[in-house]
Design a protein around this ligand. Structure first.
Ligand SMILES: Cc1cc2nc3c(=O)[nH]c(=O)nc-3n(C[C@H](O)[C@H](O)[C@H](O)COP(=O)(O)OP(=O)(O)OC[C@H]3O[C@@H](n4cnc5c(N)ncnc54)[C@H](O)[C@@H]3O)c2cc1C
Ligand code: FES
Ligand code: FES
Length: 1335
């Protein structure tokens, strides 16, 4: 298979070569990262370049390597991140700028980001900001919040929209009245996080040339069919159409793989197997409106774009509808791989293009050996009527898309969980033709996607409406008829039945309005229609995807500070360049070890059952399989600390590991794991939800309680009492690097070495030693970095590490255990779902007198961190409000779900939503705004918390005041109200949310740290500590600390990996404490070393650092020092319900503004302002990264991220397709972050730990959505007291914005199904009167 990788020619002849490009690259080039394996995350992005001999041009395009079959790369030049630039040779400007603009944190997504921007630059050396945002649409990042990544790309744009003040002190926005800059331009506030002057220039002429050999190959007129013979499969690439047609006759069952974006996922996730695959090396050309089937969707986009720019508008309605969907369909990589032919033929039920093509009367041009024929791309074809199918020997040559005409309207509409790169929840393509000069319907077509197993046509409805006028009565009948015709059964796959039915008519209504407006423009005197008032026309506009912009403000460093002292400066992440070049080594990048085996898990498919038998015979018989490991093989304790390594006798959740298979390759291990047969006998009860746990009295922990005042008494003296319940669902960590472990057994003394990405090496060491029954001293755990963690790598690596170590112990061979994304999501679980119940007593003026709040979290099947999570929930449950009579209770429920664990914020982000929900409910009852209730009840002076800890809320008051003022909150709120009056279907909402956060943990022993500092005789310094680096920049900050303390440049200091060998018994890196504790330990160590150097310095005060340390006689005193720090003293007496639970407080306020589409439930985040009390930031770039990244992660929790379980406890959402973390299109269009100064003398350099706090600030988006929905409900005369559960998905938003369209739905529901129902995802709805509520 001749192709090139990074300009080197590659000829793969080996039959062991894997199918997909990612594992092939991984053998030598580890820069390309593997994360989801389904084309959904972009981590594996590489650039493919192809030479077109016809136009002699080279096309560069991004692809996701995980879906690219190697055999399809005939004649292609592949460029990976290593081919772009390297530290060893020269780094590329794209890599440099991503690093220097702080666009990397954990760095796992960075090579993919580099490749997306690099490919764009190869095609557009001077891109627009919009092109940058588009280019990144298929790349996910879980750490940064994207803004800084976009910012790095924008440095290549001629006109950057970023306000960086350019060092002139003059704000680029100071003409704008509401510009936040103006208010700061006169104080010592810095806004520059990087210096553009340091960037090397970008010279597009310096890029590598396309390999001439590939040009020769492409131009060779005698190209021949290529056959690639693997062990089990054969791949044939045809180079001529006649040859392909011949093959189609001979091998009718073989798929014709073009983009492989449909076949690839089917092979991987649905176990489909094709012994023979066909491919075609040519792009079938297009002409006029006939588009070649081999055109990628990106090429289709370009072709339609040029037709639209050349042709009159009335002719291009179908093309424009297609272009709109092509902008958001998947990401750029998939759009560049997927072909029009593949899309049309595979006919996915969610197709975004087929409904429009069908509505536009497209024709499919087929060819076979027997000749050509045409078939209509119509309802028969889409609904897979046998007579409309392709014959097995036929292929699609092209698709003809007719022009539209003056009296012909064509539109496409879609709604997805996210704006871009997400399958539609419902989409539609519609067209209507009128009798010329009239509004009488001549022809009508309506096609819907994602409402059944295929795209469906509402043909009966359309037929009945022919001859009708385009008016309100027609619309009314159309809604009723279409709901009758398109029936989604209650147990339909994908759930959301009522919502999808609502969307069916909401999208129809949008089409109706659009056509109405079009008709009205053409002829003014149509009568009898819904008044095409401006107020209703707001339904038509889709939310645009804008390039984000913003300003970040932080303290300037004191000008008197020595220039070499890096503390307080926005220093780049210490590994940033390595992240961007792909040279940062993660566990899976470590080279293969002799004799190494791979492990694959076999997990329970039952939530609660007895294991009757485990049959491993078939698995053991497969090639490459070495062993199957079960609980029997654990030499020590299989149940450390009430956790379970391998299930024995009984399973207690779906996803529990029952055994693992060890084999010579990952593929063999996974294949064999599928062949292990387990039989079960279900055990009752099976408890899945919190409600079921309460019913069965099933708990993991005892109740925690905090109480002050006399709650019951106070309820007797209040004006009003409200009671309510709020659900906050869980969250998947979705770190980009899935859990990966390498365990290497040593030959001597039962030693074992483990490499893994983790937050708590001591815990791993403990579990491994316990499982192997050896002293901890025999177990060495190492880590350099993790590709994201967020709490998910605190306790789970201990379990997975022990499982791996048992396998390594049994087989006596090194074991590599890499969790696939789906397994990681299934096995390791995530944030605890929470149910909050409240009873609040308050006065009519909004003063809250009494609160009784109960929290229940779903802990899953084992304790894990649930007790600590409940502690934190209860202790932080008052947020910023003083309620004199306050009782809060919390408890973790035991259920048959995988055990939930630590997650950024430890329960605080869930429980505080309940607090803000009851504040909002009180506001509604008092007829006041939520901000007024917040202000009235907020702590105002030095006070004690409900657990009697003293604190000073002064920074909170400042954040609150500044946020209200500088975000122009009240002016914007008024503007939103004006907007809402004018727009019936779009509503704006604002919220401003305050936060009182406490850093750390209420147990002193978890506040300890230790550091090991070596000074070598050449002056270089090695810094080691017990903290783990997973993107937050801990190592970078430790270098800054050591640099200041030793008074040497950072370049002298090298941070070394974290390991149980160098720093024993270290506590976890969590709770925003990494810098606080490890920083003090490093500081302490450096100060002791400096004290020891003092005699030498005194003797030679003018000497240099190297002179002082280069004294062999003193080396023992200065070259090694381990310093232990006891850390903060915190305590909590749960008996007395009082204590000093946390070392210090941190405050913040965030204000968000959204616009909601009431017809679909989509929302757009317009602007966010964050004011956060950072005290003195040691590194503003890293801290701003934490704040922005945490905010976006929080926003995901509260809006898009939805975990779906079956009633039997099976997790449905196991990948990027079903679980939507925010992508670049979701972040605020305007994003302002301001660090508010305060004092924190107890922390190092008066800093504060900012890792977790901003997660909760993401809830300002949630409450802004609630504000917008409230405006819609108010206008429709509905009660404004309603409960919005989290996440506020499009489904919940739409179903809460009740309107006249819902009446069709309610009528239809009552008619068709029972009033109360449960859908497949166990989401229950109650239809009461005119309301549909989720119950
Ligand atoms: C991550 C991801 C996100 C996606 N998001 C969306 C989305 O938001 N909206 C949406 O609509 N789609 C989406 N898709 C689906 C995508 O549009 C289709 O997978 C794609 O169009 C299929 O084209 P392909 O060339 O890759 O097909 P392949 O996988 O190569 O082939 C698919 C099928 O078509 C047949 N075939 C291919 N070409 C021809 C031909 N010329 N003649 C006859 N048979 C042919 C093959 O035999 C095979 O059976 C997404 C896919 C992925 C992986
Ligand atoms: S790993 Fe390929 S797109 Fe995610
Ligand atoms: S930096 Fe993007 S995923 Fe970590």
């Amino acid at each position: 298979m001749p192709c090139s990788v990074n300009i080197q020619m590659v000829h793969c002849r080996n039959s062991n070569v894997p199918f997909s490009l990612t594992p092939f690259l991984a053998v030598h080039l580890t820069g390309t990262k593997y994360s989801c394996g389904e084309g959904g995350c972009g981590s594996c992005t590489v650039m493919v370049s192809r030479y077109n001999p016809k136009n002699k041009k080279i096309r560069h395009y991004p692809v996701t390597a995980c879906l690219v079959p190697i055999c399809s790369l005939y004649g292609a030049a592949v460029t990976t991140v290593e081919g772009v630039g390297s530290i060893k040779t020269r780094i590329h400007p794209v890599q440099e700028r991503l690093a220097k603009c702080h666009g990397t944190q954990c760095g796992f997504c960075s090579p993919g980001m580099v490749m997306s921007i690099y490919t764009l630059l190869r095609n557009h050396p001077e891109p627009t900001p919009d092109q940058i945002t588009k280019a990144l649409g298929g790349n996910l990042c879980r750490c940064t919040g994207y803004r800084l990544i976009v910012e790095s790309g924008k440095t290549f744009c001629e006109e950057s929209t970023a306000c960086q003040m350019k060092g002139s002190g003059k704000c680029c926005m100071d003409q704008e009245e509401n510009c936040i800059c103006i208010l700061f331009c006169f104080v010592e506030i810095c806004t520059k996080l990087y210096n553009e002057d340091e960037f090397q220039p970008f010279d597009p002429s310096q890029e590598p040339i396309f390999p001439p050999e590939l040009i020769r190959m492409a131009e060779d007129p005698n190209k021949r069919r290529l056959t690639f013979q693997g062990k089990r499969t054969t791949w044939i690439t045809s180079v001529t159409l006649s040859d392909l047609l011949e093959l189609k006759v001979n091998f009718p069952q073989a798929p014709l793989v073009m983009g492989n974006t449909e076949v690839g996922p089917r092979i991987k996730f649905e176990d489909e197997f094709y012994p023979l695959t066909l491919s075609f090396y040519s792009t079938i050309l297009f002409s006029g409106v006939t588009i070649g089937a081999g055109y990628s969707l990106a090429q289709l986009n370009d072709a339609l774009g040029s037709i639209v720019s050349e042709q009159p508008k009335e002719k291009t309605k179908t093309y424009r509808a297609l272009l709109k969907h092509l902008r958001t369909l998947a990401g750029p990589q998939i759009r560049n791989m997927a072909t029009l032919g593949g899309h049309v033929v595979s006919r996915p039920n969610y197709s975004d293009l087929n409904p429009i093509l069908a509505a536009g009367n497209a024709i499919i041009n087929l060819i076979s050996k027997d000749g050509e024929r045409q078939i209509a791309l119509d309802s028969k074809f889409l609904e897979r009527a046998p007579e409309a199918n392709l014959k097995s020997e036929e292929i699609v040559l092209s698709v003809s898309i007719p022009h539209s005409t003056k009296w012909h309207f064509v539109s496409g509409m879609r709604l997805a969980q996210c704006q871009e790169n997400a399958f539609a929840i419902v989409n539609a393509g519609m067209s209507v033709k009128f009798e010329d000069g009239t509004d009488t319907i001549k022809d009508l077509q309506m096609f819907y996607g994602s409402v059944g197993p295929t795209v469906v046509s509402a043909s009966q409805t359309c037929k009945q409406l022919i001859g009708r006028q385009w008016d309100d009565q027609m619309l009314s009948d159309a809604c009723r008829l279409v709901l009758d015709e398109i029936y989604i059964p209650p147990a339909a796959e994908g759930g959301m039945v009522e919502y999808r039915r609502t969307l069916i008519i909401s999208l129809l209504f949008k089409f109706y309005l659009k056509v109405r407006r079009g008709l009205n423009k053409m002829v003014n005197d149509f009568s009898g229609g819904l008044e095409a008032q401006e107020k209703f026309m707001s339904a038509l506009e889709d939310f645009p995807i804008e390039t984000p912009q913003g300003i970040q403000m932080f303290q300037c460093v004191d000008p008197r500070q020595p220039p070499q002292d890096p503390v307080g400066h926005p220093v780049m992440h210490q590994s940033a360049i390595k992240h961007a070049t792909g040279e940062a080594v993660y566990i899976d990048d470590m080279p293969p070890i002799a004799q190494e085996l791979f492990l694959a898990p076999v997990t329970s498919t039952r939530a609660h059952a007895k294991i009757i038998s485990i049959d491993v015979s078939e698995a053991l018989a497969l090639p490459g399989v070495v062993d199957v490991i079960t609980a029997e093989d654990v030499p020590g304790d299989n149940n450390p600390q009430e956790e379970i390594l391998y299930a024995q006798n009984e399973v207690i959740c779906v996803g529990q590991i029952i055994c693992t298979v060890a084999a010579d390759t990952h593929a063999h291990a996974k294949e064999a794991a599928k062949q292990v047969k387990i039989t079960y006998e279900d055990i009752e009860p099976r408890i899945i939800t919190i409600e079921q746990a309460l019913e069965h009295n099933s708990f993991l922990t005892a109740e925690r309680k905090i109480e002050q005042g006399n709650v019951e008494q106070a309820f007797k003296h209040v004006d009003q009492i409200i009671e309510g319940e709020v659900h906050v669902e869980g969250q998947e960590h979705f770190y980009m690097e899935t859990q990966t472990i390498l365990a290497i057994p040593k030959e001597e003394d039962k030693e074992m070495v483990l490499h893994l990405g983790m937050q708590y090496p001591t815990h791993v060491q403990d579990f491994v030693a316990t499982a192997l029954n050896v002293p901890r001293s025999r177990i060495a755990c190492h880590m350099r970095r993790a590709g994201g963690a967020f709490g998910g790598k605190a306790s789970k690596p201990a379990l997975l590490g022990a499982i791996t170590a048992v396998a390594a112990n049994k087989t006596g061979r090194p074991i590599r255990f890499i969790l696939e994304r789906g397994d990681d999501m299934l096995i390791t679980a995530g944030r605890h779902p929470l149910l909050g119940k409240y009873k609040i007593g308050f006065m009519n003026n909004g003063v809250i007198k009494s609160a009784d709040v109960e929290y229940y979290v779903n802990g899953g099947c084992t304790p894990d961190e649930s007790e600590l999570v409940v502690d934190i929930i209860v202790l932080k449950s008052e947020n910023t409000y003083y309620i004199p009579n306050f009782r809060c209770r919390g408890r973790a429920c035991k259920t048959n779900l995988p055990s939930n664990t630590a997650f950024r914020g430890f329960g605080f982000p869930q429980s505080t939503v309940v607090v803000e929900a009851y504040i909002t409910a009180v506001a509604s009852q008092c007829n006041l705004s939520p901000e007024e209730i917040r202000e009235i009840n907020m702590y105002k002076r030095i006070s004690k918390t409900a657990y009697k800890d003293m604190f000073n809320p002064e920074p909170l008051r400042r954040c609150w005041k500044e946020c209200l003022e500088k975000s122009s909150f009240y002016a914007r709120k008024q503007a939103a109200e004006e907007f809402n009056k004018k727009n019936y279907w779009k509503k704006k909402g604002l919220s401003v949310i305050p936060m009182k956060f406490t850093v750390g943990i209420p147990y002193t022993y978890l506040n300890q740290a230790a550091a090991l500092v070596h000074i070598y005789l050449d002056g270089s310094v090695l810094v080691i500590h017990g903290g783990c680096e997973f993107g937050q920049g801990l190592y970078t900050k430790m270098v800054q600390v050591a640099s200041r303390e030793l008074n040497i440049p950072s370049s002298y200091i090298h941070p070394y990996e974290t390991s149980t060998v160098t720093v024993p018994n270290a506590v976890f890196t969590a709770a925003s404490m990494g810098t606080d504790t490890n920083g003090k330990a490093v500081q302490n160590a450096c100060q002791i070393l400096m004290a020891r150097l003092q005699p030498i310095i005194r003797k030679n005060p003018k000497g240099k650092w190297e002179d002082w340390v280069n004294h062999w006689w003193g080396s023992a005193f200065i070259s090694l020092l381990i310093s232990l720090l006891r850390g903060y003293q915190t305590n909590m007496d749960w008996e007395k319900e009082e204590g000093h639970a946390f070392p210090y407080y941190l405050y913040g306020v965030s204000c968000s503004e959204v616009e909601v589409d009431c017809l679909t439930g989509a929302h757009k985040l317009l602007r966010t302002d964050i004011f956060i009390d950072a005290a003195f930031s040691i590194n503003p770039a890293l801290d701003i990264g934490q704040v922005e990244g945490g905010f976006i992660q929080g926003m995901g929790l509260y809006t898009t991220e939805e975990l779906k379980y079956s009633p039997e406890g099976v997790l449905y959402s196991r990948g990027t397709n079903d679980y939507k973390i925010p992508a670049v299109a979701e972040i605020p269009e305007e994003f302002y972050v301001t660090f508010v100064r305060s004092q924190n003398p107890i922390a190092i350099y008066s800093s504060k730990g900012l890792g977790e706090a901003s997660m909760f600030l993401g809830s300002s988006v949630f409450f802004a959505i609630q504000d917008a929905v409230t405006a819609a409900r108010r206008e429709r005369g509905l009660t404004t007291s309603f409960t919005l559960n989290s996440p506020a998905t499009p489904e919940l938003i739409r179903m809460n914005c009740m309107d006249q369209l819902n009446t069709y739905l309610i009528w239809s529901i009552i008619w068709k199904v029972s009033v109360k129902q449960t859908n497949k995802n166990n989401l229950k709805y109650q239809v009461t009167g005119s309301h549909i509520n989720r119950i």
